[in-house]
Design a protein. Structure first.
Length: 126
């Protein structure tokens, strides 16, 4: 990711909301739930949309989560995921790790909550 320039933070969550409305209808409940989980108790959270991906970050840590909606799944990329106590299972380059979410039940699972809770504790992509 070092060759690409990180997205610029937006002033509000509105562009993320617009991005969520454009994902495949079958995935809308998944991205909506994940967005709510990510934003829970994080008033200082920053948002961006770039390369048809939603980004969530913190001023001091950079971009910590990237969400990408495909046709049948949503990839949730934890940009510092390699540093988690129990890293997400996919990815082995740099510090990013990710998970493919295909159902709302997977998005609501305890593992997803644990990864989202760990994301603001490790540096992300600056």
């Amino acid at each position: 990711m070092t060759a690409r320039k990180p997205p610029e933070p937006l002033k509000s969550h509105a562009e993320i909301e617009d991005w969520m409305r454009r994902v495949m209808p079958d995935l809308n409940s998944i991205v909506t739930h994940l967005d709510e989980l990510i934003r829970e108790n994080r008033p200082e959270l920053q948002f961006a949309v770039k390369w048809k991906k939603a980004y969530y970050g913190l001023p001091d840590l950079g971009w910590i989560i990237e969400m990408v909606a495909y046709d049948v799944s949503v990839n949730v990329v934890f940009l510092g995921g390699a540093d988690f106590a129990s890293p997400p299972p996919l990815g082995d380059t740099d510090r990013s790790r990710y998970v493919k979410v295909k159902t709302l039940e997977e998005a609501q699972g305890p593992e997803m909550r644990k990864w989202i809770e760990q994301a603001p504790r490790v540096p992300g992509w600056k």
